[in-house]
Design a protein around this ligand. Structure first.
Ligand SMILES: *[C@@H]1O[C@H](CO)[C@@H](O)[C@H](O)[C@H]1NC(C)=O
Ligand SMILES: *[C@@H]1O[C@H](CO)[C@@H](O)[C@H](O)[C@H]1NC(C)=O
Ligand SMILES: *[C@@H]1O[C@H](CO)[C@@H](O)[C@H](O)[C@H]1NC(C)=O
Ligand SMILES: *[C@@H]1O[C@H](CO)[C@@H](O)[C@H](O)[C@H]1NC(C)=O
Length: 187
């Protein structure tokens, strides 16, 4: 009995379940409500949420352990993809799909142009794969609101766990990030 239970425990996590593609989450138009209308995608200790707004594709990046001095778990910033010409605008030229079985989000537009976003489970790498039958230029921008020190006000003081809101300390400061770009970080 003990052996049977042990085997079940060992074997069950490696049984892959394939769900019907009808379980995918599929949207046929960009959301209306900014990042509140986003889809989650991740791998390892990295989590993204992606959406489309103003003709661009955006995602926030989160990672385990990215605490600041206030013990607030901050996101690492936002990436924006801009396409020229833009295959993902115009009536009937937009699909955003969360592929449950393969763990990626894919945008599909004109002439089946696709932008696939996924995260490597074994390495801390976010992959963006653009596939278009026509030449398309893609601009990638990194965006971050912590470009200067900023006083935390109101409910923001709840985001850490050090009791700033209960006034043990007058107010907290979210400090500016040091942002650096490394050769080869984008490939
Ligand atoms: C946008 O999100 C807010 C907050 O979650 C919600 O109250 C509102 O109903 C949403 N609006 C739309 C158009 O979905
Ligand atoms: C989209 O455009 C609106 C209006 O210009 C602007 O307020 C909003 O910040 C833009 N959203 C993004 C994600 O750039
Ligand atoms: C897009 O792909 C679908 C199926 O994958 C195919 O039926 C359709 O003909 C393709 N459309 C274009 C414009 O290539
Ligand atoms: C602390 O934040 C509150 C708003 O939450 C603000 O009214 C107050 O002026 C701030 N205090 C200091 C010392 O900045």
């Amino acid at each position: 009995m003990y052996l049977t239970l042990l085997l079940l425990v060992v074997i069950s996590p490696i049984t892959a379940i394939t769900l019907p593609s009808s379980y995918d989450v599929v949207w046929d138009s960009p959301g209306l409500n900014h990042s509140a209308d986003s889809m989650p995608v991740g791998g390892g200790d990295i989590g993204l949420n992606t959406w489309s707004e103003n003709g661009t594709i955006l995602f926030y990046m989160a990672k385990s352990g990215t605490f600041d001095e206030n013990n607030a778990l901050l996101k690492l910033g936002r990436v924006r993809l801009t396409f020229d010409p833009n295959p993902f605008s115009g009536p009937g030229l937009f699909e955003q799909r969360l592929s449950i079985n393969d763990g990626h989000v894919t945008y599909t537009g004109k002439d089946n142009t696709t932008a696939k976003i996924w995260v490597d489970v074994f390495h801390p790498v976010v992959h963006l794969e653009i596939d278009s039958p026509q030449p398309v230029s893609v601009r990638l921008a990194y965006e971050n609101w912590r470009f200067q020190d900023r006083q935390m006000v109101g409910e923001e003081r709840n985001q850490g766990s050090w009791g700033l809101y209960s006034s043990k300390v007058p107010n907290g400061t979210t400090y500016a990030d040091a942002v650096d770009f490394h050769e080869g970080a984008f490939s």
